[in-house]
Design a protein around this ligand. Structure first.
Ligand SMILES: [Zn+2]
Length: 640
């Protein structure tokens, strides 16, 4: 860990004698003394980034050197990724560029860092037992005194989910976001008893937030949650546009329209780099409007004979609003099941983002008072998650919903890659129970919240960036997005395919280059209460046990002679059924005996570490020859 030589903003007021005097003022950290954000409402910015003023106050501050001492720099190697040259903008993705989810991006200029989003990703079959995956933030932790703020583009978990795990590690930076996103973050933090701790600043779309070398403005985009915004990030060397998740939807439900005029006017100011969402970069054409989906859903409500069970992502507020509107129209009461959807509803209804008819929500116990065709069950589980309400219904294990003939189950969510198999299992089980299951492939009941190829091209045309960095997605999506940019005239060398941990530097001459080094990157696993304590080794063990089970060998050995005192004992789980494999177990015990006694004879004084290793290797090989399986072998040697 890099030790800091100074820990607060005050050191930044010291003027340094080296370096040329900059004729411009640098905005202070806004009202650092009283923690109130300096947000200039509705102010439009004029002039170039270096002429900024913060809230009318200005300090003639010289840019300070990096806070790493020379000694530390030498210790960490002269090419350390921690050394930043002045007047250079660094763009460092920490998550979301090799996967869908865990989005997090850092922008660094001089001694100032701002972060955009801090989300988690869902685990897949390669990470058994893991709850969430969050970005590795060591680089930022080592520079946490420089972090001026965390900007959140919208309230989806892949953009806010990691905040409770990272807040303290990053020195509790103030959070800036729009109202609903602020509500979602607060709700998430409440689950960790951290709501009081966080400094959340609610901004308006027309605000400008000056933080150190940065000035941040906002523009509305459509997604499928209200208050989604993209960011204009002004730096002393030019402007960066960061889109967040977005699509262009001319008839959104429950959301304002995309602020095309702002995007175009930011583009007119000149844009150094565009970071744009690549989730749907492989899909041609345009995304479907939320309103179109409304029509399809209306038809489903018309046709449904019995109950409707509706599942979606809990944070698709627009879709949930449509469900309530249609339930009112077709005279259905709504029962809500699943913690995440209850949380979303509480936040969104209390803040006015979902409007529901009085008394439309009923308790599950009241359901029996209504005929089936007047009931709608709003549930979690659009991804087939094993513990979700829908999955429980499909297994007949739900607390109060027993699926029956004439139920219509609507799964209104496209599958996150990796979840397809579990969704199919849920669909099949529901079908077996007699439900009519309607999902994406049957009817268009989910539109992704992400722009498709023609929209992505339009965004690039409006912004007209010099450099282009596709973000949000796996490598093939990013590459497809870069190809799109090139198809409309961006030079290939101006498109950067970055990875998590990559460093893209743009200097004051407007030259961009990707450094050879990377900042520490990778995945941090969250499992229960542990954050980052489960690593590669544990995951590999879990995979091994999941594949071929485990095989425990207990030997009691005389400390002096190395002879076995009792016959070896064997325990096994998930490998073979022991009772049907007497023969194999007997042979294994015989092998163990040979190994143990051989060990004692050869060396005189038994070497216990060697013995354990030899048992593991030799018995592993023996079992593989006999069974073609490789269980995890755990030798236990008891010396008496
Ligand atoms: Zn999103």
């Amino acid at each position: 860990m890099v030790k800091k030589t100074s820990s607060d903003g005050d050191s930044r007021r010291t003027s340094h004698s080296r370096g040329p005097a900059r004729p411009t003022a640098r905005p202070s950290r806004p009202n650092a003394s009283n923690n109130k954000p300096a947000i200039s409402a509705g102010r439009t910015h004029s002039g170039n980034g270096s002429k900024s003023r913060s809230n009318g106050r200005k300090f003639p501050i010289m840019p300070t050197e990096s806070k790493i001492t020379p000694l530390e720099r030498i210790a960490s190697g002269s090419n350390s990724v921690y050394t930043v040259s002045r007047d250079t903008l660094r763009i460092i993705p920490l998550g979301g560029l090799e996967e869908v989810g865990a989005n997090m991006m850092a922008y660094e200029f001089g001694n100032d860092i701002i972060i955009v989003d801090a989300g988690f990703a869902f685990p897949d079959e390669t990470t058994p037992g893991i709850d969430y995956i969050i970005p590795e933030t060591k680089y930022l932790e080592d520079k946490k005194d420089n972090i001026r703020g965390l900007f959140v583009t919208h309230g989806h978990m892949d953009h806010i989910g990691a905040i409770p795990y990272l807040l303290a590690k990053l020195g509790d930076p103030p959070i800036y976001t729009l109202q609903l996103s602020a509500g979602m973050i607060k709700k998430r933090l409440e689950e960790f008893n951290l709501a009081e701790r966080a400094k959340i600043n609610v901004v308006q779309r027309d605000d400008m937030v000056p933080l150190g070398n940065f000035q941040i403005r906002f523009f509305a985009v459509n997604h499928n949650i209200p208050d989604s915004v993209g960011l204009s990030i002004k730096t002393p060397i030019g402007q960066v546009i960061h889109t967040g998740d977005w699509k262009f939807d001319h008839t959104p439900v429950n959301e304002v329209q995309t602020e095309f005029h702002k995007i175009a006017s930011f583009g007119g100011e000149g844009v150094l780099a565009l970071m744009s969402d690549s989730t749907n970069a492989i899909k041609p054409g345009y995304s479907q409007s939320e309103k179109e989906i409304g029509r399809t859903m209306d038809r489903i409500f018309q046709d449904a004979k019995g109950r409707i069970v509706f599942t979606s992502f809990s944070s698709l507020i627009a879709r949930i609003q449509q469900v309530f509107d249609l339930s009112a129209k077709y005279n259905r009461k709504v029962i809500v099941t699943g913690r995440s959807i209850v949380n979303t509803l509480e936040t969104a209804i209390s803040m006015g983002y979902i409007k529901i008819q009085p008394k439309i929500i009923i308790k599950s116990e009241q359901a029996s008072k209504y005929p089936d065709n007047q009931i709608l069950i709003l549930s979690t589980g659009g991804q087939g998650e094993e513990s979700s309400q829908l999955a429980r219904m499909s297994r007949g294990e739900h607390r109060f919903v027993k699926i029956k003939k004439d139920d219509t189950v609507v799964i209104s969510a496209s599958s996150i890659p990796g979840n397809e198999r579990s969704i199919v299992t849920v669909i099949d089980n529901l079908t077996r129970l007699g439900a009519n299951v309607i999902y994406n492939k049957v009817l268009d009941i989910h539109t992704g919240g992400h722009g498709q190829q023609e929209e992505l091209k339009l965004m690039i045309q409006l912004v007209k960036p010099k450099f282009f960095v596709p973000i949000h997605g796996e490598l093939h999506m990013l590459a497809a997005h870069a190809k799109l940019a090139q198809s409309i005239g961006l030079p290939e060398e101006n498109c950067f395919l970055l990875e998590n941990g990559s460093i893209l530097e743009i200097n004051q001459r407007g030259e961009a280059k990707q450094l050879n080094e990377k900042v520490p990157s990778g995945y941090v696993f969250v499992d229960g209460l542990g954050i980052g304590d489960v690593g590669e080794v544990v995951i590999r063990d879990r995979q091994a046990m999941a594949q071929d089970g485990m095989f425990v060998i207990i030997t009691t050995v005389d400390r002096h002679t190395g002879k076995l005192i009792n016959p070896p004992e064997i325990l096994s789980r998930g490998f073979v059924y022991m009772k049907n494999n007497d023969e194999l177990i007997r042979e294994v015990k015989h092998e163990i005996r040979k190994i143990v006694e051989g060990n004692g004879n050869k060396t005189g004084e038994p070497n216990w570490a060697d013995l354990r290793q030899k048992v593991r290797d030799d018995i592993g090989e023996y079992l593989f020859q006999k069974t073609q399986r490789r269980p995890m072998i755990l030798p236990v040697v008891i010396e008496v």
